[in-house]
Design a protein around this ligand. Sequence first.
Ligand SMILES: Nc1nc2c(ncn2[C@@H]2O[C@H](COP(=O)(O)OP(=O)(O)OP(=O)(O)O)[C@@H](O)[C@H]2O)c(=O)[nH]1
Ligand SMILES: [Mg+2]
Length: 493
Amino acid sequence: MAEIRNILLIGNVGNGKSTLANVLTGTNEFEESTNRIHGNSEAKSKEFEHKRIKYRIIDTVGIGDSERTTEEILSKIRDKAEFINEGLNQILFVTNGRFNDLEVKAFGLLNKFIFDNQVADYTTIVCTNFPDFENEEACKEDLQTFRGKIANLSMPLASTATIYVDNPPIKGRYKSISEDSRKASRKVLLERLETCQEVYQPELLAKFIKMIDEFNLIIKDTNKAISNIYNHLDNNIKYLGEFITERENIVEMIENFKEKIKEYMKERYTTSTLSHAALLSGKALTISGIFFPPTLVPGVIISASGLLGVAGSESVAIAKENATYKLFEERLVKDKEKCETLEKSQAELKEYIEELKTIRPRFENSEYKKENIDSKKIEVISNVFNNFLGEEINIDVNLKNEKTEHSTGKKAGLAVLETICLVPPSLISIYFIYRANQEVKSRTSLDDMEKIIKNWGEEFKELEEKKGLLKNEYDKIMLCKEEMAKLLPESER
Ligand SMILES: Nc1nc2c(ncn2[C@@H]2O[C@H](COP(=O)(O)OP(=O)(O)OP(=O)(O)O)[C@@H](O)[C@H]2O)c(=O)[nH]1
Ligand SMILES: [Mg+2]
C-alpha cells in the first residue's frame, strides 16, 4: 500500500472540483471559481490525514470545455504526471449529474491515452449539486436514471461507482446550512475513499508523456530551423544587395578613372614626344659638336633635359597608374572577402534547410500525428513543410572574383632600361615615341580592369535575379515563421 493515497479530481469546468478539494482537505485553499466559464487556470494539490490515512488531493483544470482540443484536455492531466506516476488510489470524476457529450468524450480520451480499460475500477463518479444526497432512496432513483442515460454513451462510466454530495458556497444567508451540508458531504466522500486501498498504476501515461514531449520537441526544432533559415535568408538578401551596390560603385570608380587615365595618357604622349624630340635634337647637336665645338655644350644640355623629361613623364605615368591599381586592388580584396562571407552564409543556410528536411519525417511518423491529437497544430506544421519544402529551393549564388595582373615593378624596370638605352647616341628614341603612341591608343594599362568590370556588368542581371529568388524563399519562410509562432507559448514567440 502506498504511503499516501493520491486522489485525482477530474471533471468538467465548474462542476465543483476545487470545492470538493476544499471539502475533503477541510481548507479553503482551492480556488472556488464563481465564473463558470473561465475556471481555474492553475490547479494544485494538498495533503491531509483522516483516520491515520494520508491523502493527497490533486485538483486539475476543468476538462470537457467545448473550445478545448484533445491535447489541451490531455495535457491538463499530464501536468500532474508526477503524482499520477506514483500511482492513484482513486480518480474522482466530478459531475453535476448532467453528463454531456463533451464530458463523455473527455473521459474516453483519458481512457485511451492516459489510463486504460481498468480505469473504471479506480474511478468514482461524484455527483455534486445534489441537495438530497443524504436521502438514500433519492440517490438510488437518480442513479438509475443517470446510468440509463450514460449507458449508451460510455459503458465503463455506466458501471462506475457513483456517490452524491452537495457542497454549496459558504456565503450569504445559507452559510451555516452550507457548512453543515459540506460536512455531511465530506463524510460520504471519506467513507468512499477509505475503501479504496488499491493503487492504480496508469501504464499508458508514460507513453502519452513521451508522445507529447516528442511532438513539442518537433515544434521546437522546426521553429528553430525556420528561424535560422529566415535570419540567414534575410542576411543573404541584404548582403547581396550591398554587394551589388559595392560592385556598381567599383565599376563607376573605374569608369571615372578611365577618363582620368585617358587624359594623362594624352599628356604623357605630348611630354614623351617633346622630350624625345629634345633628346634627338640634343644628341644631333652633341654629335655635330665634334665638327663644330660651339654646339657641343648646348647639345649635351638639351639631350640631358630631354632625357630627364622622358624619365620624368614615365615615372609620373607609372605612379599614377599604380595609384589607380592600388585602389582597384584594395576594392577587389574587399570584394573577395564579401564573396567568401556570402558563400559561407549560403553554406549555413543550406545546412539549416537540410535540418528542416530531417525534421519532416519525424513529424510524419510521430504518434501525435497518427493519433491526430491536435488537428489544428498538425495542420499548421503540415502546411509549413508543404509550403517551404514543397518545391526545390534555389538559393545558390555563384560569385566570380577575378584577379588583376598588374605589375608596377615590371613597368618601372622597363622605364629604367628605356632611359639607359636612350643615353648613348642612337635612333631608339623613335621606337619609344612610337610605343608611347601605341599605348595611348590601346590604353593597355586599363585592359584587365576593363575586362573585370565587363564581366561584372554581365553578372549584375544574374545577381538581381538571384536576389529575387531569395526574396521569394524569404516571403515563404516568413509566412511559415508566423504560422509556427502561433504554436509556441506566448513567452517563446
Ligand atoms: N450548490 C452547489 N454549488 C456548488 C457545488 N459544487 C460547486 N459549487 C459551486 O460551483 C462553482 C464552481 O465550483 P468550483 O469548485 O470552482 O468548480 P471547478 O470544477 O473547480 O471549476 P474549474 O476549476 O473552473 O474547472 C462555485 O461557485 C461553487 O461554489 C455543489 O455541490 N453545490
Ligand atoms: Mg477548480
